[in-house]
Design a protein around this ligand. Structure first.
Ligand SMILES: Cc1cc2nc3c(=O)[nH]c(=O)nc-3n(C[C@H](O)[C@H](O)[C@H](O)COP(=O)(O)OP(=O)(O)OC[C@H]3O[C@@H](n4cnc5c(N)ncnc54)[C@H](O)[C@@H]3O)c2cc1C
Length: 546
């Protein structure tokens, strides 16, 4: 009781719940994409991630952001980033759960799907620390381009130990990696990179180079090493750049400053300069872009997974709030128009989860031609469409909480954090247009259109609007006259694949409402515009986090 009034009609925060046990769409996606997977460990992770103790760490890591120490008090360069202890607790949990390099050496079935689900769940708690976790996951396929370095670093990138100390790799229990492509004059078009690499000898890791230049965005600069692009006489090449040299001593990576960002506050993103920093060639000289894009592909998967996790968290917060808050004599969740908003968000969230998890499955089976084709096609499609929907989704979910949604403080302040994070997944690792254009490149490959048709054939006859779209896509792809239509194509491929997946993993109410709204046009231009005949009860009950 406050001295002046009683506080009532304010919801209890969504805390101390199991993120996996209460996420039916994710559990069904797991069953579909990895039927033999033992989900017990994921279940334990889900409980930890939903605990109030971890929520406090997430809040503290964001409130007390990273601090750069470029020099010590005696004027010597140290280039260190200091983090709040809660940041390290989150990193320890993520590496302990094997969300970084572990799948690459995991003997269990479906390691990438398992890790994808864990990554999605972790995003609900705190997305920004997942930047170095994601890059450490993504580095392996590209790093294999230098077998000697991979032999040394691979096992420690997969190790579940978190070791934040700055010391030579040999002395560390676990390692992390980042990437440096973007320069001031070009991020999407990295061919504009001016950073140069001069040969400086040869050793057990192969050709050694001295790198001079800069990177304008260089996230998680306290990682143990980075894959970076630099120009040699043969063109843009990919290099392995450790923070500490194998012979000891700091490499010449000078952190100029940390970026002051809209969101993603717990993660340090920096600007750096390299002063003849020592690096080793990875892959073929002059073939740096395809080499580093093997890393980019995996981080793009994580953008789709991460945004799906953020959507799920925003939806869970909206459902938690509206099922406890009354207005005009009823719980908000009982108000017909609010039910339309919540059900529409639930459809979007489940469709995102289904698509992102299906994409993860493709990476579990690289030897199968169809799965390889799906990895190539669905990476840009999922990254484009899911991330594009994220900001709009977060705004609508925030509005379900009314004014409380816009406030940073306390438990429900998570919503503001989700909202600020959303645009980032759409921008980094290839912004929207770059993804749509990449889809056109992927479709030029022989058999790409046939692979897409095969994927869509699983739902033939299930809904007339889906049949119509699936039948039209091959001709549209073939006859597409200009890249100006690339976004619309990426959107329609995403919607078609999402519908097909929902038929296979979700109840009929979800599949039917998704097709009616997204494909058959019984929908408006904002969330909350589903047709009156929608089975709102079934859709909302399935999405409830409690
Ligand atoms: C918080 C944060 C952290 C980051 N961390 C890293 C990191 O660790 N390492 C790293 O290398 N980079 C990092 N980046 C950089 C990020 O990947 C780039 O910002 C992104 O790739 C876009 O590049 P750009 O900023 O140079 O924009 P530009 O390349 O100038 O693009 C601007 C816009 O133009 C569009 N565009 C570009 N080309 C075309 C075209 N041909 N047709 C149509 N549209 C086009 C793009 O889609 C985009 O919308 C980070 C960015 C952020 C915001």
């Amino acid at each position: 009781m406050n001295p002046t009034h009683e506080v009532f009609n304010q919801p209890a925060p969504l805390s101390d719940y199991n993120l996996l046990a209460t996420n039916r769409p994710l559990r069904d996606a797991l069953k579909f994409n990895a039927p033999a997977l033992d989900t017990e460990e994921l279940g334990r992770l889900g409980a930890t991630l939903g605990s109030s103790a971890m929520q406090t760490h997430a809040r503290l890591a964001n409130v007390h952001g990273p601090v750069l120490h470029s020099h010590d008090r005696f004027g010597r360069r140290v280039d260190q980033v200091e983090f709040h202890p809660s940041y390290h607790e989150l990193m320890k949990l993520a590496t302990g759960a094997g969300l970084h390099g572990t799948p690459w050496s995991d003997e269990e079935p479906s390691p990438h799907v398992r890790r994808a689900a864990g990554f999605m769940l972790f995003t609900e708690l705190e997305p920004s620390i997942l930047c170095p976790i994601s890059m450490s996951y993504a580095a392996t396929p590209a790093l294999r381009g230098n077998t000697a370095i991979y032999a040394d670093w691979g096992p420690k990138l997969a190790s579940r130990a978190y070791d934040p100390e700055l010391k030579p790799w040999q002395a560390k229990a676990g390692l992390t990696m980042g990437m440096g492509m973007t320069e001031k004059q070009g991020g999407s078009d990295v061919r504009a990179n001016t950073t140069r690499a001069e040969p400086s000898g040869r050793d057990g890791w192969g050709e050694r180079y001295a790198i001079t230049g800069h990177k304008w965005f260089f996230s998680a600069p306290m990682c143990d090493a980075f894959l970076v692009l630099a120009q040699t006489k043969s063109g843009l090449s990919c290099f392995f750049l450790p923070r500490v040299l194998p012979e000891g001593g700091l490499n010449a990576i000078r952190i100029q400053r940390l970026k002051d960002k809209l969101g993603n506050k717990a993660n340090a993103s920096s600007e750096v300069e390299f002063e003849a920093a020592q690096a080793w060639l990875v892959g073929e000289e002059g073939r740096g872009i395809p080499q580093i894009l093997e890393m980019g592909t995996m981080t793009r998967l994580d953008c789709a997974l991460g945004t799906s996790g953020l959507m799920r968290q925003a939806l869970a917060l909206a459902l938690n709030h509206t099922s406890q808050r009354k207005a005009f004599g009823k719980l908000l969740v009982e108000q017909p128009l609010m039910r339309n908003v919540l059900a529409d968000l639930a459809l979007e969230s489940e469709a995102a989860t289904a698509l992102a998890m299906r994409l993860a499955r493709a990476f579990d089976r690289p030897g199968e031609a169809h799965e390889a084709a799906m990895a190539r096609l669905l990476t840009p499609v999922a990254k484009f469409w899911i991330c594009k929907r994220g900001s709009h989704f977060a705004q609508e979910a925030m509005e379900c909480l009314g004014g409380n949604g816009y406030v940073e403080e306390g438990g429900e302040g998570i919503m503001a954090r989700v909202y600020r994070e959303m645009p980032l997944n759409s921008i980094w690792e290839g912004a929207g247009n770059i993804m749509a254009l990449d889809l056109l490149r992927a479709l030029r490959k022989a058999d790409a259109v046939a692979a897409l048709a095969q994927e869509l054939s699983a739902a033939r006859g299930a809904h007339p609007a889906l049949d119509k779209l699936a039948a039209a896509l091959p001709t549209r792809i073939e006859e597409m006259a200009s890249e100006v239509e690339a976004r619309r194509l990426a959107q329609d491929v995403a919607l078609a694949v999402q519908a097909v997946l929902l038929l296979q993993t979700a109840p009929a109410a979800v599949f039917g409402a998704f097709c009616d709204s997204r494909l058959a046009g019984n929908w408006g231009q904002s969330f909350g515009t589903l047709g009156a005949g929608t089975d709102f009860d079934a859709i909302i009950a399935r999405a409830m986090p409690r």
